[in-house]
Design a binder for this molecule. Structure first.
Ligand code: 1CP
Length: 341
């Protein structure tokens, strides 16, 4: 079995498998060249030939244990009828949903059709990967995707969505229901096309008020996990509830995920003590250390490896690779984790 999948089954390997969140993307010169070939970012994601190439670029360069499908978490609201645009240098923009009338604009009708090109990407990558490399499919968790749908953009304090979730719970629940339905179908389709594991990104789980964590994070994620398992019981699922360390135990228990991505703000030993022993942990080098490189990166990487020795563990960052990261720092990190230096 592929080492990445063995680890997600709960086996502790001597050398932990390795992949990096945002391992494809702007820090790679070959990605920046490829990106020129499509006008908009959404077009890029929906062009299987380009997205297959973007997925494979970091595998060729570094030989990671897993490839992650090249797509974006914001394709799901786009497929529900809330058109996303990516403004150059500024990030994603939506016409925000703030009330019942806004909710009515969402529809499942075209979702599967709009997302169909992603399945062609998955199938193309699956056919091209080296035999030892696993393929991860992904989607955003409802809370994180909803932050963009309600705020209309990134970079806010999530005040609008917190207000909506507290004061118009039925509108919030309506958005979540749409996301649970579309995301479950989307992930099942990715598995059918060749994805061997799934990651659910909850990048903004840390902004959920404690009193809403169960309704906004745990239950919607659990519904997606259950829907995927009902159709494809064997596919391992990793959750990444970033910034939500105080809820890790409840998250692991309540969602039933096989693996948990740990952010760099959270101590891995604390995380290990918070979740059942058969839950695989993944993480958690600070992406800033990958940017900086040098002795601190090396020392922190070795600390993580030592702390997780003997436990089912996937080496990763605590969040994504940042665009200014020098590619040679990534090569060095791979050598350290592989035990070559
Ligand atoms: O022109 C470009 O190249 C746009 C930059 C870019 C890229 C490379 C965006 C826009 N998305 C992506 C790819 C992407 N996004 C991948 C596949 C690449 C890989 O991982 O190797 C994945 C898994 C994502 C997931 C994603 N998109 C997340 C969750 C993970 C995380 O980093 O927290 C989030 C929050 C997004 C939203 C998004 N998409 C793009 C941007 C710039 C953002 C962040 C917006 C913001 O909050 O400011």
């Amino acid at each position: 079995m592929k080492p990445f999948l063995q680890t997600l089954r709960g086996e502790a390997l001597g050398t932990p498998p390795l992949w990096l969140m945002r391992q494809a993307g702007r820090y790679l010169p070959e990605y920046r060249a490829l990106r020129q070939k499509a006008k908009g970012f959404v077009d890029f994601c929906f062009s299987p030939e380009l997205a297959i190439e973007a997925t494979l670029q970091p595998i060729r360069r570094y030989g990671f244990d897993a490839a992650i499908l090249f797509a974006d978490i914001l394709l799901v609201p786009h497929a529900l009828g809330q058109t996303v645009s990516f403004v150059e240098g500024e990030g994603p923009r939506f016409e925000p949903i703030r009330d019942a009338a806004g909710l009515k604009r969402l529809s499942q009708d075209k979702a599967a059709n709009v997302l169909a090109p992603v399945m062609a990407t998955v199938a193309g990558v699956a056919a091209a990967l080296p035999p030892e490399t696993a393929l991860i499919g992904f989607a955003g968790a409802p809370w994180t995707v909803a932050t963009y749908m309600v705020e209309g953009r990134g970079g806010t304090d999530h005040g609008e969505i917190r207000k909506l979730a507290w004061t118009q719970p039925e509108v919030f629940a309506g958005i979540v229901d749409h996301l649970v339905e579309a995301t479950s179908a989307y992930l099942i389709a990715q598995v059918d096309a060749g994805a061997e594991a799934l990651q659910i990104f909850d990048t903004w789980a840390g902004s959920v008020p404690a009193g809403l964590f169960e309704t906004a994070v745990i239950r919607p994620t659990a519904r997606i996990v259950a829907a995927v398992r009902a159709h494809r019981p064997d596919v391992p699922i990793i959750g990444f509830p970033r910034g939500a360390a105080s809820h890790l135990a409840a998250y692991a228990k309540g969602t039933g995920v096989n693996g948990i991505g740990v952010d760099h703000m959270t101590d891995l030993v604390f995380a290990a003590a918070s979740v059942p022993a058969n839950v695989t942990l993944q993480g958690n080098l600070d992406p800033l250390l990958l940017l900086e490189g040098g002795a601190v990166m090396e020392a922190e990487t070795r600390k993580i490896l030592a702390a997780m020795d003997g436990r089912p563990f996937l080496f990763n960052l605590g969040h994504g690779v940042t665009p200014p990261t020098p590619p040679e720092h990534v090569a060095k990190l791979v050598d350290i984790v592989r035990g070559r230096i």
